[in-house]
Design a protein around this ligand. Structure first.
Ligand code: ATP
Length: 313
């Protein structure tokens, strides 16, 4: 096999609760993650050299060693040096459709695709769990991106429990092209503002982590009920991002006014999504949001939930 093409879906957070601070500097989280069919395409080809090359059709994405796709290939090279010697380096082409720095795990899903792709290219035969474990060393969202579908993510987001797939829920997604929110900034600000409410010792952190409030959301997902899901949306990071970014707040309000069943910021933002009951409803919501915010900087997508992570094109 010389090369292959993979589809790398974005994710949204249906639920994001910050439990407290961990000893390793990360936050203890309780999230419900969901794959959507807004996706990048990743082409991986053996190049017969000793080099890893990354190219992206969006010039805002770095094409050097800081690209998460590059780091994923480097991780495979270092973990399986004999296979790297046997098969050689890779050319990675990223066809970007997922907005960048949007809270949609764009970089993480690209890295997940490279791990899955190189496993196939080098015929390593790794299990999904082994690929997820490798991914966790690069970034907390990568294991979920490998698995995809619908999952409860705990720890720093890397510990997954899959929930029954939630296909075909229509979502409208909005993001201002020129706006980005730094994920480290959002968590740092949350800690500075709410840190005194965190459990103070490891024992009470664990106790609070096991008493998370996502159970009604999980029930709504099992019922596949878009109205119920909409009522249970939650994202603690909104508390720090909305006051600081008025455009995100405005977008959030526009989705509510446009009649979305429910609306929430995804991850650390700035993308905001609205849940809809059908494709037609999604199109109406999209038009309404567009007329409430007639700003060309705002991109709007109609997408839907899927029960797949990284998969072959
Ligand atoms: P998350 O939801 O995991 O916090 P995000 O969707 O907010 O991620 P990304 O799209 O992953 O954010 O981009 C964050 C930064 O990572 C970008 O500003 C970009 O410079 C860098 N980056 C590195 N590799 C990639 C990649 N393959 N695709 C997009 N951005 C990348």
């Amino acid at each position: 096999m010389q090369g292959l093409s993979l589809i790398a879906p974005a994710k949204i957070n249906l639920y994001l609760e910050i439990i407290g601070a961990r000893d390793d500097g990360y936050h203890e989280l309780a999230m419900v993650m969901q794959s959507i069919d807004l996706a990048d395409q990743i082409d991986i080809r053996a190049n017969g050299t000793e080099h890893i090359n990354v190219q992206c059709d969006n010039l805002a994405v770095p094409d050097d060693k800081t690209n998460l796709a590059y780091r994923a290939a480097e991780l495979m090279k270092n973990t399986f040096p004999e296979d790297f010697t046997k098969f050689g380096g890779v050319d990675i082409k990223i066809h970007k459709h997922i907005p960048i720095a949007a809270g949609l795990a764009g970089g993480s899903t690209n890295a997940a695709a490279v791990l899955v792709g190189i496993d196939l290219l080098w015929k390593l035969g790794l299990t999904k769990i082994e690929i997820e474990e490798l991914g966790a060393t690069l970034g907390s969202d990568i294991p979920f991106c490998v698995a995809g579908g619908t999952a409860i993510a705990t720890g720093r987001g890397e510990q997954l429990a899959e929930i029954l797939g939630l296909d075909n829920i229509y979502i409208v997604l909005g993001k201002h092209r020129s706006l980005s929110v730094s994920t480290p900034w959002a968590y740092k600000t949350y800690r500075a503002t709410y840190g005194d409410t965190y459990p103070q010792d490891k024992h009470s952190l664990e106790a609070r982590a096991s008493a998370v409030h996502s159970a009604p959301m999980i029930k709504a997902i099992v019922h596949k009920n878009a109205v119920e899901i909409s009522q249970q949306l939650h994202n603690d990071l909104e508390k720090v991002v909305l006051p600081e970014f008025p455009k995100v707040l405005e977008l959030r309000q526009a989705f509510a006014q446009a009649g979305a069943l429910g609306t929430m910021m995804s991850g650390s933002g700035p993308s905001v999504f609205g849940i809809c009951e059908s494709f037609e409803h999604a199109e109406t919501v999209k038009q309404q949001v567009r007329s409430l915010i007639p700003d060309e900087d705002l991109e709007l997508f109609t997408t839907q939930t899927i029960s797949q992570g990284i998969h072959l094109k």
